[in-house]
Design a protein around this ligand. Structure first.
Ligand SMILES: CC(=O)SCCNC(=O)CCNC(=O)[C@H](O)C(C)(C)COP(=O)(O)OP(=O)(O)OC[C@H]1O[C@@H](n2cnc3c(N)ncnc32)[C@H](O)[C@@H]1OP(=O)(O)O
Ligand SMILES: CC(C)C(=O)C(=O)O
Length: 559
């Protein structure tokens, strides 16, 4: 890299607009969406789509609700020409969808382009020529007026040709290519010249598409350019102002949004931001950004995974795992504090209320994505993540102090493997740590009698080191009687229970926090179809865990 990049690169020029209005506007409705996936997206692929793939893509665009679809560059290849003919001749274009066909402003290409769409109910011929100084100088070696003539002559020819096919309702879209790096007065001059030939009306408007063919400035400058054009163009009431942002600086979404605030009526882009170089603006992100502001975007991404899969298959390009709204990992939290906040957010979220879950700008369910994938556990996770997974997948609602205790074991596992820990592994570890602790004490059976005068009396059968033992105890409740029957120096400090499942198959989960002698407390867990048995199992689980811990012999807890 250069020490002084100013010797090679120029800063972009500011727009002379001192009373700009767009910064204080907000977006209150969606723009007209135009998908150029089958044209700008397709021309940027390593392997352009086959006609079958194009058709599947087209049908998906229709299904999600796009009403304007640029279906190709028919003069560029027989494949594109045939694809447009197939759509027309096989009557595959729904009543409310308009196709757009792109052409350079060159006579023979225009003729072929118009020919491709003849017979469609509605079609828009999209004509372009590049207008920026570098193109004028380097590519065309022409003065401004000659460049204007390319656009004017092209428009005249289109007007003449479409008049010969009145059964189709024709529209015109004109793009001064590389608009964002062109002098504004020249862009205005050429657009006005085109519209004076086409003579649009408010009922039959002309689309003026103002592309950032190569994104070269911050989005506010693009917004200034759009506002300037909206304020200076002739016949504004008969024009649909469209934007076509590319993403060279990584700010195409912001540029499109600010351009809409600046007066653009329509946005052209591709799903998930495919397109030349760093891509066209991503229509999915734009639509979902509106949705999260409470504005219906008019596009349906309620099964976003299916849309993404089809796009990936057709484009042969992966969507990044962190791509807004659609990436594999965007509804996943690994870090502990995020998991904790999300878990609390889900618990507090009112089903019919305003969405307020920390760290999640949108309810994943609205995109057809499940909550299950939201929280995943690795070495960066705290107790919240594993507690969420045990609750979601296994119906186990661990009390807070047990979460803290068990999360140490999960953390050890994550540190040792250096990998993500799946819910099944967490559950296996939980079972091993709490539910499968059966030595020295294993519960066998009990009989209990309760009366108001004597409290609870229990006859208990346990196996101690696999040797059956019959014990008897009394107490003021089942757990008290059970603990007395065991005859150990233990105290139950805390107790939680809940049902797992419903109806005949329901089981009880009991969590008991036990203090052994004067030592630290620890938890035991019992699961059984009988709630009292579950609590006994929980006490024995804690006793066995204590004894299994280093150095704790049976004698240490004798009463
Ligand atoms: C920003 C964009 O995405 S614009 C869309 C770009 N997409 C594509 O180009 C994909 C399809 N394109 C193609 O298949 C070909 O380029 C074609 C069929 C359109 C034209 O092919 P060719 O006639 O071989 O020309 P080529 O591709 O070399 O284009 C360069 C020529 O077009 C001229 N040209 C380029 N743009 C325009 C324009 N908008 N209007 C008029 N002439 C133009 C150039 O001056 C050059 O002319 P020259 O050969 O006399 O010097
Ligand atoms: C043809 C135009 C609209 C284009 O694709 C661009 O400028 O990027």
């Amino acid at each position: 890299m250069l020490k002084n990049p100013a010797t090679k690169y120029r800063p972009f020029a500011a727009v002379p607009l001192t009373d700009r209005q767009w910064p204080s506007r907000s977006i209150t409705r969606p723009p007209i969406w135009m998908s150029t996936d089958l044209r700008d997206g397709n021309q940027a692929l390593i392997e352009p789509m086959s006609p079958e793939k194009k058709l599947r893509f087209f049908e998906m665009l229709v299904k999600i609700g796009i009403k304007e679809i640029e279906v190709g560059f028919p003069s560029a290849s027989q494949t594109d020409f045939d694809f447009v003919r197939m759509l027309v001749e096989e009557n595959r274009i729904p009543e409310d969808v308009t196709i757009i066909v792109l052409t350079q402003a060159r006579d023979e290409l225009i003729r072929r382009t118009v020919e491709s769409a003849v017979g469609a109910k509605r079609a828009i011929v999209h004509v372009y020529n590049s207008v920026a100084p570098v193109f004028r100088r380097v590519v065309f070696n022409m003065e401004r007026d000659e460049i204007v003539q390319i656009a004017v002559k092209g428009t005249q020819l289109i007007k003449e040709l479409v008049a010969q096919h009145p059964q189709t309702q024709w529209g015109l879209e004109y793009s001064p290519e590389s608009f964002s790096t062109t002098e504004l007065d020249f862009s205005k001059q050429i657009v006005d010249a085109v519209s004076s030939v086409w003579q649009p009306t408010p009922q039959n408007p002309m689309i003026v598409n103002l592309p950032s063919t190569v994104e070269a400035s911050t989005p506010n400058v693009y917004a200034d350019q759009i506002e300037w054009m909206c304020r200076h163009l002739e016949r504004r009431e008969s024009l649909v102002i469209s934007v076509h942002p590319h993403n060279d600086r990584g700010t195409a979404v912001a540029a499109a949004e600010l351009a809409v605030m600046a007066g653009a009526d329509r946005v052209e882009g591709c799903l998930f931001g495919n397109g030349e170089r760093t891509g066209n603006v991503d229509l999915v992100t734009l639509a979902m950004n509106l949705y999260t502001q409470g504005i219906a975007p008019g596009l349906d991404f309620s099964d976003i995974d299916a849309v993404r899969q089809l796009v990936e298959e057709c484009n042969q390009l992966p969507v990044h795992p962190r791509h807004p709204y659609a990436g594999d990992l965007v509804f996943t939290a690994f870090s502990g504090s995020h998991q904790d906040a999300i878990k609390k957010g889900f618990a507090k979220q009112d089903k019919d209320g305003i969405w307020e879950v920390p760290y999640l700008p949108i309810d994943p369910a609205d995109l057809g994505r499940s909550y299950d994938a939201v929280i995943r556990v690795n070495s960066q996770s705290g107790k919240g993540g594993m507690a969420y997974l045990l609750a979601q997948e296994y119906g186990l609602e661990l009390p807070r102090r047990l979460q803290i205790e068990f999360s140490r074991a999960v953390q050890r596992m994550a540190d040792e493997t250096g990998r993500e820990v799946a819910a099944a592994s967490i559950h296996a570890l939980f079972s091993q740590e709490y539910l499968e602790q059966d030595t020295p004490y294993d519960y066998v059976s009990h009989r209990m009698v309760e009366d108001s005068a004597h409290g609870v009396q229990i006859d208990l059968n346990v196996a101690r080191h696999h040797v059956p033992q019959a014990l008897h105890g009394e107490g003021n409740g089942p757990i008290d009687a059970f603990v007395n029957a065991l005859g150990l120096d233990i105290r139950v400090m805390d107790y939680h229970e809940h049902a797992i499942g419903r109806g005949a198959d329901a089981r009880a989960a009991c969590y008991v926090e036990l203090r052994v002698g004067s030592g630290q407390t620890l938890f035991g867990v019992g699961i059984d179809s009988n709630i009292v048995t579950a609590s006994f199992r929980a006490v024995l689980s804690a006793v066995n865990r204590h004894m299994a811990a280093a150095g704790a012999g049976e004698a240490a807890i004798a009463a």
